[in-house]
Design a protein around this ligand. Structure first.
Ligand SMILES: *Cc1c(COP(=O)(O)O)cnc(C)c1O
Length: 734
């Protein structure tokens, strides 16, 4: 296989700056401040207008500007330093993993996910799951894991959101131009089609392949948009979570089965396979098929696959798990099960699960049955998952159901605002990024003077405001947005007053509208003449989720309701770019899921590490992180049963905390206008969340508790089984 280069940029760059191409084509730049600053220096305007996309900056910068920079000693000094840093890190063989597990360094770990959120310029994510996969990949690079990730290149990416004059969400699908993103096409020397073929029902689909470099890690993206495929088959990788069940099963065949074939075609031999959410679980079937083709019996093949497979489930509600009608399984797997040596019933039994209505082929069950190493994404979610799937282990008590938990984390250097980063470097440690999971280090947070910590926050808050205003201005210019609609965008917000942010997917369980339960009470908070409170909302509803869109519309209507006096804003088109400004710039990060529906949540971690205080239901990660001093819990005094009662009780608790604690603390200022009590809470939040809820902690935990045991187990099986592969037969099932 060969990597196609981009001739345009290569021809354009002066030889002295030739390595800019290497830098732009490795997402490494996106979490290294010095590299980001270099591209910003190259052209500040393009940096803003391309929404921080170095490939486009290099494509669009006039050549004479590049030539001029070759005579700019300060730029050249920075350039040399960044390139040195990049090279050192990419080639550095001493990273944590190699030091800790030198004997495992050459055994690749494969990670499959339906979405990856690496950067806004590559919109192949829809929300938390994708951002988590992206952050996981970046951290795997930092820690030096032999890591290779597999996902989809969606030609139309995830949609851009626009609200019409009535606040109804419209989805726009601007085509993704792979040439304007840090992607390289991988082709076989002799075959334009990439030579990766997958049978989907009675058709054979041809896949092309793209590679994204993520520091030391690699991400391979599957793409069915090639001429050899029928037009409807090219659509299979067009959109993220588009289409019906039939489309979905075909996509999942491409990801699971196609993904294994991709790695084979590349000559990569993973020793551990991580299924990140059930979408990619068909991978186990393909690996079973490979073993069967070598003549191995079903039970031994299953034992090997289980030993080397890690599965992470993300969904705490039964209906949220992908499941396919047996009719669809018949249609797409009829020719497959004989290859495993199974009949129809035996095959269906691998995934058959009745989530309440009738049995269907459940991707989570398939993954659970085929992995010896499985986990939920927070302690609470681990418990919920053990209870939810207990019927799969009927003779065990719930606590012994073999589903563990690894709480999610965020990639700190990707999400930390520049102002905070500077403070941490100066007062905590110049190498805080390298030592971020040392809890002792973060006691040094006390070294930062109150006023400086507060000023850094105020700076980030202003940056958020200027971003929001500039967006509104551009919308007004480009779309002639009616002034009335601009009211929604936050132009009336007061940067000095308390700002509460709520930004995430508009799934109904997240209850974006909880704060509007008692409008009169909210109005009193908003209009307090001395201590007003303001709200910024952002988020997309899934294109097929009408209740989610209704919630969005409801909030849009409040933004324009004169009773709220412009103190409620709805920022359109939430994505990683706008998320960055919001998690760094608001004062309070509000999260109101219907417990226990939030498996983990991660946006609050990003906020906490930037000194933004969490105000959240005790669900997901916050149930673990909250200590009474590092933010606030929305915790009703009475337990309720019904959903509506629960909403009411939670809303009541939310108003109470706002009125009695959040607002008074924010406005309690000293002579220098610094809110000392608030700043103390910011410190506590940074100190307790930073080292524990980072991907540094998370990926180390996956490595120690999942990847390494899986590696060792599968190696042991292989060496033991070699003499007489077929001789040992163990009972099937668990
Ligand atoms: C972090 C992030 C999320 C996850 O948010 P939750 O509140 O944890 O659901 C979703 N979308 C984007 C763009 C993010 O950056």
């Amino acid at each position: 296989m060969e990597r196609k280069e981009s001739p345009i940029i290569k021809d354009k760059l002066p030889p002295r700056l030739a390595c800019l191409e290497e830098l732009a084509y490795n997402f490494w730049w996106s979490w290294h401040r010095s590299a980001r600053d270099l591209f910003k220096q190259l052209d500040r305007t393009l940096w803003a207008t391309t929404r921080h996309n170095p490939v486009r900056i290099l494509l669009e910068t006039p050549q004479q500007n590049l030539e001029r920079l070759t005579h700019d000693p300060s730029f050249l000094r920075d350039y040399d330093a960044v390139i040195r840093e990049l090279r050192q890190e990419i080639q550095n063989g001493d990273a944590w993993y190699k030091q800790t597990y030198p004997e495992l360094y050459h055994s690749p770990i494969a990670y499959f996910s339906a979405e990856f959120g690496l950067h806004t310029s590559l919109p192949i994510y829809s929300g938390g799951l994708g951002v988590l996969s992206g952050d996981h990949t970046k951290e795997a690079s930092d820690l030096g894991l032999p890591f290779v990730a597999v996902g989809f290149l969606y030609e139309q990416g995830y949609f851009r959101q626009r609200l019409d004059h009535s606040g109804w969400q419209e989805a726009i699908y601007p085509p993704l131009n792979p040439k304007e993103v840090a992607l390289r096409q991988i082709t076989a020397e002799d075959d334009a089609c990439g030579a990766i073929l997958v049978d989907v029902g009675d058709r054979t689909i041809c896949l092309q392949l793209w590679e994204a470099l993520v520091g030391r890690a690699r991400l391979y993206l599957i793409d069915a948009g090639v001429e050899e495929n029928a037009p409807w088959d090219r659509q299979l990788t067009a959109r993220l979570y588009g289409g019906d069940h039939e489309m979905r099963i075909q996509q999942e065949i491409l990801l699971g089965i196609g993904g294994v074939r991709v790695l084979r075609a590349l000559g990569i031999e993973p020793q551990v396979w991580h299924i990140n959410e059930g979408h990619s679980a068909f991978m186990v079937l393909e690996r079973m098929r490979e073993y069967a083709a070598q003549g191995m019996g079903f039970d031994e093949a299953q034992r090997r696959v289980r030993a080397s497979t890690v599965f992470t489930t993300h969904t705490p509600v039964p209906a949220g798990h992908d499941a396919f009608d047996f009719g669809l399984i018949d249609k797409y797997f009829r020719d497959f099960w004989p290859q495993l040596g199974l009949d129809r019933d035996e095959f269906l039994a691998l995934g058959s699960y009745d989530a309440g209505h009738y049995p269907a082929f459940n991707m989570t069950k398939l993954a659970l049955m085929m992995s010896d190493h499985t986990n939920g994404v927070s302690e609470l979610h681990g418990q919920i998952s053990r209870r939810m799937w207990r019927t799969l282990w009927p003779d065990r008590p719930v606590k012994d159901v073999p589903i563990g938990s690894v709480t999610n984390g965020v990639h700190l250097s990707s999400w930390t605002g520049a102002a905070m980063h500077r403070l941490y470097r100066r007062y905590v440690s110049p190498d805080w990024v390298q030592r971020q999971d040392d809890p002792m280090l973060w006691s040094r947070i006390d070294e930062i003077p109150d006023s400086e910590l507060w000023e850094a926050h105020v700076y980030l808050k202003r940056k958020m405001f200027s971003t929001i205003r500039e967006r509104a201005r551009q919308d007004w210019i480009n779309r002639a947005t009616p002034p009335e609609q601009l009211l929604a965008s936050g132009i009336f917000l007061d940067p000095d007053a308390l700002v509460v942010g709520f930004a995430r997917r508009f799934a109904t369980y997240k209850r974006a509208n909880l704060i509007f339960q008692d409008v009169e009470r909210l109005l009193r908070l908003v209009h307090d003449p001395y201590r007003p409170i303001q709200f910024i909302f952002a988020g997309k509803a899934h294109p097929a989720d009408d209740p989610g869109k209704l919630t969005l519309q409801q909030i849009y209507n409040y933004t324009r309701d004169p009773r709220f006096g412009g103190r409620i804003a709805l920022v359109e088109d939430y994505d990683m770019h706008i998320a960055r400004y919001l998690v760094q710039g608001v004062d309070v990060w509000l999260n109101t899921p219907r417990r226990p529906n939030e498996a983990s949540g991660t946006s609050g971690m990003k906020a906490a590490f930037n000194g933004v205080l969490n105000l959240s239901i005790l669900d997901g990660w916050w149930a673990e992180a909250y200590n009474g001093r590092n933010g606030w819990a929305i915790h009703p005094e009475t337990e309720t049963d019904g959903m509506l009662d629960q909403d009411q009780a939670d809303a009541g608790a939310l108003y109470n905390v706002l009125e009695e604690q959040v607002v008074p603390l924010y406005y309690q200022r000293d002579r220098d206008y610094v809110p000392r009590g608030w700043v103390a809470m910011m410190r506590e939040s940074i100190r307790t969340v930073g080292p524990s809820f980072s991907t540094r902690r998370m990926v180390k935990e996956y490595t120690e508790r999942y990847y390494v045991p899986a590696l060792k187990a599968s190696m042991a099986l292989k060496s033991k089984a070699r003499p007489a592969m077929e001789a040992v037969e163990a009972p099937a099932g668990n």
